[in-house]
Write a protein that binds this ligand. Structure first.
Ligand code: BES
Ligand code: MN
Ligand code: ZN
Length: 486
């Protein structure tokens, strides 16, 4: 997809050359900012009951008289915030989806001069509405003919718009990579495959990428990670990818992503209903790799390390059993009371490994708990950290990227639930506050650096008819990383 910008005045839209003209109207007064032809078309559509100035409303006009474009779409948006504009963009492009428009020109009426955020929201909306999964379904209908989108803006906004388009483009590419990886079924997207994809990304962007095999992982003493991996015939991988945009001496940001390519629950096996969705249990891994791609594309002046422990969680003759005690890389022992709480078991060793980078901060991302879905539903990602400054920065990135997150508690009192008579800790803390006790478990491995945890169990994918990966929280993470550039 090609995104461009073009300096154009709203009172000359009728003469813009394109296949479709998408006009987002922010409020009823937007009409006054349009040229007479478009203002008349808009007034007509309203008069005949085909359009209202209500969020989500759209109307498609085919070959309207006096307009150069073959199609005109009006899309209503309430207040011109990036969030409501993004929804209006998505609704407008939804009208054109599957159609013959190759070149869409987009204008925003009634919003004043637009900036980087609006431009970025546009690219995000187009990316989200045009993505189609086809890897194992080549017969899936194409998203349409769309090739180029031109954002019409005033001269004063040109620089901000071009920055917004570039950032939007990079984030959208990261989101698409994350969706593509996570959508692939477990028999395609194996730990080996994720390792290969990381290597490929490294080649493409000149990044240092190491993929450790079981032997190398054993050497590191990752007894907890290996315990999860031992039940599967698929060999585990430990991926470490590095982006250098600043002096080697500068402390890097480290992102750690949970890479369970399929979670059966192990011996504590899950019920059959919706178990297929556990192919998305590598959504954290997909999102940190997607973020790496976005960052590598934008080349900010900072260092970034992405770590992915990846394996399958399977039952079997070699699988871990409830009550087994394992020794983590940190030296702390863990009683595995429930083999389905495997995410924390692979993450804890990755968090210990992260110490060697002397990180500025470490953010882990994981489809960690069903309890987080119960607490927050499918809208907000759960954010856990004891570091108020880091929480504020992550929440600011969440707001700016339109990728919602909500801070959850992480008080010491919750640690009690993890006590074990047979090891330094148990791997589960009971049903109450399950997302929090999971975060408390991880916290025991993060004493040496600033740390936050994102539980994306409710936000990494959608169920039902629209089943598929969302690519979240690539926008949040990319914004956060960019905000740390010097
Ligand atoms: N991958 C799951 C978490 C999950 C479940 C995400 C459902 C999205 C939807 C994780 O490995 C898991 O099974 N967690 C258990 C933890 C429990 C045994 C303490 C859970 O949430 O049930
Ligand atoms: Mn599990
Ligand atoms: Zn899991």
């Amino acid at each position: 997809m090609d995104f461009r910008q073009h300096t154009a005045s709203l009172d000359a839209l009728a003469s813009v050359a394109c296949d479709a003209l998408l006009v987002v109207v922010a409020g009823e007064k937007a009409e006054r900012t349009l040229d007479t032809t478009l203002a008349r078309l808009l007034a007509d559509a309203v008069a005949h009951g085909d359009f209202e100035f209500k969020r989500g409303k759209t109307v498609l006009l085919h070959r309207p008289a006096g307009v150069k474009a073959a199609r005109v779409v009006f899309a209503a948006c309430g207040a011109a915030t990036p969030k409501s504009l993004k929804a209006a963009f998505a609704a407008g492009f939804g009208q054109l989806k599957g159609g013959g428009s190759k070149h869409v020109a987009l204008a925003i009426g009634g919003a004043g001069d637009i900036g980087a955020e609006q431009a970025e929201a546009l690219v995000a909306a187009v990316g989200e509405t045009t993505y189609v999964y086809r890897h194992t379904k080549p017969s899936a209908p194409a998203a349409g003919a769309l090739e180029r989108v031109t954002l019409l803006c005033g001269k004063a906004a040109a620089k901000a718009v071009s920055q917004g388009l570039a950032r939007g483009h990079a984030v959208a590419a990261g989101v698409t990579l994350a969706r593509e990886l996570a959508n692939r079924p477990g028999n395609h997207c194996t730990p080996t495959y994720l390792g290969e994809q990381a290597k490929k990304l490294g080649k493409e962007y000149g990044l240092k990428v190491e993929v450790l095999d079981r032997k190398a992982i054993e050497k590191l003493g990752m007894g907890s990670f290996l315990a999860v991996a031992q039940g599967s015939a698929e060999p585990p991988r430990f991926i470490v990818a590095q982006y250098h945009g600043a002096a080697k001496t500068q402390a890097p940001i480290v992102l750690v992503g949970k890479g369970i390519t399929f979670d059966t629950g192990g011996i504590s096996i899950k019920p059959a209903a919706e178990m297929d969705e556990m192919k998305f249990d590598m959504g954290g891994a997909a999102s940190v790799l997607g973020t790496l791609r976005a960052v590598a594309e934008l080349k900010p002046k900072l260092n970034l390390v992405v770590i992915v422990p990846t394996c399958e969680n399977m039952p079997g003759g070699r699988a871990i059993k409830p009550g087994d005690v394992v020794k983590s890389m940190s030296g702390q022992t863990i009683e595995i009371l429930n083999t389905d709480a495997e995410g924390r078991l692979i993450l804890c060793d990755a968090l210990t490994y992260a110490e060697r980078f002397k990180p500025a901060c470490v953010i882990d991302v994981a489809t960690l708990t069903g309890a987080c879905v119960i607490a927050l539903g499918h809208h907000h990602t759960g954010l856990f950290t004891a570091d108020d400054a880091l929480a504020a920065q992550l929440l600011a990135a969440s707001t700016a990227s339109l990728d919602p997150a909500w801070r959850m508690p992480l008080d010491e009192e919750y640690e009690e639930a993890l006590k074990s008579n047979f090891a330094d800790m148990g791997n589960v803390g009971g049903r109450a506050g399950g997302a929090i006790t999971a975060a408390m478990f991880l916290r025991k491995f993060t004493g040496k650096y600033r740390w936050a945890h994102l539980d994306i169990a409710g936000t990494a994918w959608k169920s039902g008819a629209a089943k598929g990966a969302t690519g979240r929280p690539v926008p949040l993470l990319t914004h956060f990383v960019l905000s740390q550039a010097s």
